[in-house]
Design a protein around this ligand. Structure first.
Ligand SMILES: [Zn+2]
Length: 132
């Protein structure tokens, strides 16, 4: 149960930071539910919207990371296999690191643009572009 303790601890720290800094991007928390041998991310659509990314691309990334397959169903992502919430959450944060946050200023206010066939993260805050 150390995982749960760590999560609580992190939450506490997050809240402390938030109150001192005011506005700050909040990493979305995955809500998961088990359905037999499947794991369902019930708030998948909301997370994709928070990141401002396409659900399909995002779901492909999560499936690759977890080494499984799945499908979207009414805004939920249904994954084949049993995965702990903490594991799923870690993959979502990997996605954010690779595909959402600006490499320069770490703003989440970014867009994916294609230049000469290369996908870049274009930051709306500082204007920098970094290949994904
Ligand atoms: Zn930036």
């Amino acid at each position: 149960m150390t995982q749960d303790y760590d999560e609580l601890l992190e939450k506490g720290l997050d809240e402390a930071e938030e109150s001192s800094q005011g506005e700050r991007f909040e990493m979305p928390e995955a809500d998961t539910r088990k359905d037999g041998s499947k794991t369902i991310i019930t708030n998948f659509k909301e997370i994709a919207e928070t990141f401002g990314r396409d659900k399909k691309d995002f779901s492909n990334f999560i499936q690759d990371e977890l080494g499984t397959s799945g499908h979207l169903e009414r805004g939920e992502l249904v994954l084949n296999g049993e995965f702990r919430r903490g594991n799923v959450q870690g993959r979502i944060e990997n996605y954010a690191d690779e595909w959402v946050f600006c490499g320069e200023c770490e703003s989440p206010d970014t867009k994916i643009v294609k230049e000469k066939g290369i996908e870049m993260i274009k930051c709306q805050a500082c204007g920098s572009r970094n290949p994904v």
